[in-house]
Write a protein that binds this ligand. Structure first.
Ligand code: PMP
Length: 359
C-alpha cells in the first residue's frame, strides 16, 4: 500500500488503523456472518454502535448530561436550514458572524425564516480574519449567535468561542470538530459534517443542549426537520456504516489521548508549516497571523504560474490536494487530526527546496 501525503480539505484523510478495521467490519461484523452495512439499524449490534459513539462524543467533548447527540444526513449544509427552521421565528433575530463562504451560505438560509443581523463581517478584507470579542456588535436580543469555528476556504479559525453575553452559540464546526477542547457550556448547537475530522462523508453530527432544545419551534416544521424527532429515538434509517466508522475514529481519538492531545499535535504541525511560510517573503500567508487556522493553512507564491508549478512538482513527491479552494486560488494544506506529522515535514522540506530553486 502506497498511501500519499493527503492534504485534502474534505473528504479528508482518515487514520490507517481505522480504515483497516473498517475493511474487516465491511466483510463481517463480530462473527455475525454479515456486515454492519447489511444489518437492521434496530439490531442490538447497531444500537450498541450508536450508543458507544454518543458516549465517546460525550466524554471527549465533556458534554455531561446536558446534551443530546444526533447522527443525521444532508451535510452541514442542511443544518444551515434546520437550525433557523427550529429556532428562528419571523419576528425574531439571530446574529450570524460572517467570516467567509460557509457563514454566508448559513446566512442565506436563515434569512428565509427570520431576521439576520451580522455582528461582524470580514468580507471587505477578503475574509482574512476572524473578529476579536470587542469587535462584535451583537443585536439587542438575538435568539442565538451563529459562527463558523474554522473557515475551511479562507484558512481562518476562532482561537476560542466568541463572547456573547450568555446568548447560546450555534456553531458550524465542520472543519475543526474534535481538533481541540471546547467550552461546551457555551453552545446551543454544534454541528459538523463528518468528512474532515471524524469519518467518511454521509453523516452529520449534531449536538444540541437540552434546555435550548426546549425552546424549539415545532409548529409547521416537517417532522423530519424537527430536532426533537431525532433526539427521542433513531427516527429513520441512519447512515449506519458511516456511524460505525465515526465510532472507530472516536475510539482512535480516545486512544491517542483525546482532544488535549490533538490540540497540541495539530498546533505543532501547523507551527512547522507556518514557520516555513514566515521564513521570508517567497511564501505569503493568505490571512492575518492571529486568525490563522491550525486545520487549513492557506498561502500564496509570488505568481500563479509558480503556484501551478508548485502543485505539479508536489505531486511528484506524493504531496496531494494542495490546491486552494476554487473561489480563492493559491495553496491550501489541510492538516486534520489524521494527517501525520511526517506528511507536514515532507511538505515543509519540499517547500524549502522549491524556494531554493525558484526564489
Ligand atoms: N461548513 C464548513 C465550514 C465546511 O467546510 C463545509 C464543507 N466544506 C460545509 C459547511 C458544507 O458541508 P457539507 O458538504 O457537509 O454540506
Amino acid at each position: 500500500m502506497n498511501r500519499v501525503h493527503n492534504f485534502s480539505a474534505g473528504p479528508a484523510i482518515l487514520p490507517v488503523e481505522v480504515l483497516k478495521k473498517a475493511t474487516e467490519g465491511l466483510l463481517e461484523y463480530k462473527n455475525k456472518g454479515r456486515s454492519i452495512a447489511e444489518m437492521s439499524h434496530r439490531s442490538p449490534e447497531y444500537e450498541a454502535i450508536d450508543q458507544q459513539a454518543k458516549s465517546r462524543l460525550t466524554e471527549l467533548l465533556g458534554l455531561g448530561d446536558d446534551f443530546k447527540i444526533m447522527f443525521l444526513q444532508g451535510g452541514a449544509s442542511s443544518q444551515f436550514m434546520m437550525a433557523p427552521y427550529n429556532f428562528l421565528r419571523e419576528d425574531q433575530t439571530a446574529d450570524y458572524i460572517d467570516t467567509g463562504r460557509w457563514s454566508n451560505k448559513a446566512i442565506k438560509e436563515a434569512k428565509l425564516f427570520g431576521n439576520v443581523h451580522r455582528p461582524y463581517s470580514s468580507s471587505d478584507s477578503g475574509y482574512d480574519r476572524v473578529p476579536e470579542n470587542h469587535e462584535l456588535d451583537l443585536s439587542d436580543d438575538p435568539v442565538y449567535v451563529h459562527f463558523t469555528s474554522n473557515n475551511t476556504v479562507a484558512g481562518t479559525q476562532f482561537p476560542s468561542e466568541p463572547e456573547t453575553d450568555g446568548v447560546p452559540l450555534v456553531c458550524d464546526a465542520s472543519s475543526d470538530f474534535l481538533s481541540r477542547p471546547i467550552d461546551a457550556s457555551r453552545y446551543g448547537i454544534i454541528y459538523a459534517g463528518a468528512q474532515k475530522n471524524v469519518g467518511p462523508a454521509g453523516v452529520t453530527i449534531v449536538i444540541i443542549r437540552k434546555d435550548f432544545l426546549n425552546r424549539a419551534n415545532t409548529e409547521n416544521v416537517p417532522t423530519i426537520l424537527q430536532y426533537q424527532t431525532h433526539t427521542e429515538k433513531i427516527f429513520n434509517t441512519p447512515p449506519a456504516f458511516n456511524v460505525y466508522m465515526v465510532n472507530l475514529v472516536l475510539g482512535w481519538i480516545q486512544d491517542k489521548g483525546g482532544l488535549a492531545h490533538f490540540k497540541q499535535y495539530n498546533e505543532e504541525k501547523a507551527g512547522l508549516l507556518y514557520d516555513e511560510i514566515d521564513k521570508d517573503d517567497f511564501y505569503r500567508g493568505a490571512v492575518e497571523k492571529d486568525s490563522r487556522s491550525i486545520m487549513n493553512a492557506t498561502f500564496r507564491l509570488p505568481s500563479e504560474e509558480l503556484e501551478q508549478q508548485f502543485l505539479e512538482e508536489a505531486e511528484e513527491h506524493d504531496l496531494y490536494t494542495l490546491k486552494g479552494h476554487r473561489s480563492v486560488g493559491g495553496i491550501r494544506a489541510s492538516m486534520y487530526n489524521a494527517c501525520p506529522r511526517e506528511s507536514v515535514e515532507t511538505l515543509v522540506n519540499f517547500m524549502d527546496d522549491f524556494r531554493a530553486q525558484n526564489g
